[in-house]
Write a protein that binds this ligand. Structure first.
Ligand code: SF4
Length: 227
């Protein structure tokens, strides 16, 4: 597989946020979100065998726990990514998969927790979520919307309602987009939507969703990679 990095940090942006997690970041992405903070994944990386990856995950997390397969878009390497998920599940890891939902999800092992990042209009990649994937979302999966504007919020609100996410998945998460060139202070000044405004919109609408913050950007320097 083509791998950008494998590292251990705290899970940053789901209902697992704050828990220790080994990350396996795969190379390549077929989208180009305007606020993408992972452009370094688009090219390069190194070839690693499934055995090498599993060995490194085990070195980082010998006692099990969370492993997140992320990217880029990990399902661009679907065949090997699924073999890797099966191997990690077999070793007792709790496996998370971060994906845009643009690639088919039907072959993802059911025990994997899918964190699906449905793209809102201001990402520049709206309408890329594959609607055929909806039946493959399960009650332990999560759907995330990165919100850069009121328009994005309204898109997320409509999507949650139209597709019954409140009962379909464990969490629908709205997360303020971060400026991709954010550096320096570790605070909300880099958010494209003020979290307070987003919280107030959600409360005003009684939205059945969770407000998420990318906690790693408040813990470490926002431009830091591998955290
Ligand atoms: S899907 Fe993820 S990695 Fe790809 S461009 Fe969008 S934010 Fe970046």
């Amino acid at each position: 597989m083509q791998i950008i990095e494998i590292y251990k940090s705290l899970q940053g942006e789901s209902s697992y946020a704050g828990l220790p997690c080994a990350f396996v970041r795969l190379a390549g992405c077929n989208l180009r979100c305007t606020w993408c903070d992972s452009e370094y994944t688009f090219k390069g990386g190194q070839r690693m065998t499934l055995e090498d990856i599993e060995r490194e995950v085990h070195r980082l997390s010998p006692d099990g726990g969370l492993v997140e397969i992320t990217g880029g878009e990990p399902l661009l390497q679907e065949r090997e990514a699924i073999l890797l998920m099966d191997r990690l599940l077999g070793r007792g890891y709790n496996v998370l998969l971060e994906t845009s939902g643009e690639r088919p999800l039907d072959n993802v092992p059911p025990a994997v927790v899918k964190i699906v990042d449905v793209k809102c209009p201001d990402s520049g990649e709206g309408d890329t979520f594959r609607i055929d994937n909806l039946p493959w979302l399960t009650p332990h999966d999560e759907v995330k919307f990165v919100v850069a504007s009121r328009r994005d919020y309204e898109f997320a609100r409509a999507f949650i309602g139209e597709h019954g996410l409140g009962s379909r998945v464990a969490s629908a998460i709205l997360s303020p987009a971060f400026r991709k060139d954010a550096t320096g202070s570790r605070d909300v000044s880099h958010c494209l939507v003020d979290p307070q405004a987003l919280a107030e919109w959600m409360l005003a609408d009684g939205l059945n969703a969770r407000l998420g913050l990318q906690i790693h950007k408040f813990i470490w320097e926002p431009s830091l990679k591998g955290v």
